[in-house]
Write a protein that binds this ligand. Structure first.
Ligand SMILES: [Fe+2]
Length: 137
């Protein structure tokens, strides 16, 4: 599956878009590393970076939500928490069994399918809420 940021994924908030671009770039790197069966030494740093960056990114969105009193904050935050749990489970699977087809499918489902759909729906709704409130995006 192609993982690339395209204009239709824009949520109209510059900082959030920039982080989404970087996340998708890293997800793409991890996806190819796993599919090419590259060594654990290569896969694990990618995974660690991604996990850390995802936390930073979610925090950025949540700070916007708090600052502008976003009414769906709790719901959106719960989705981020779910992502973090699923990510940790995938990492454990990788540590235990390596990049098996099952782990790759689960990882793709979360990082590509879930994440892109989260951007298009949940983050897009946040962007639409923030846009009129932030003078300079
Ligand atoms: Fe989000």
């Amino acid at each position: 599956m192609q993982v690339k940021w395209t204009q239709d994924l824009s949520v109209d908030v510059k900082e959030i878009d920039a982080q989404h671009k970087e996340l998708l770039r890293r997800i793409s790197g991890l996806d190819s590393a796993m599919k090419q069966g590259r060594a654990r030494e290569e896969i694990f740093p990618l995974l660690e970076f991604l996990e850390e960056y995802a936390v930073i990114h979610f925090r950025t969105e949540e700070v916007y939500m708090i600052k502008y009193r976003y009414p769906r904050y709790q719901l959106h935050k719960a989705k981020h928490e779910w992502f973090a749990e699923e990510f940790a489970a995938i990492r454990k699977g990788l540590e235990k069994e390596g990049a098996t087809p099952e782990v790759i499918v689960r990882s793709n489902n979360l990082l590509i399918t879930w994440f892109c759909s989260h951007i298009r729906t949940t983050d897009a709704a946040l962007g639409a809420f923030l846009k009129p409130k932030i003078v300079k995006l």
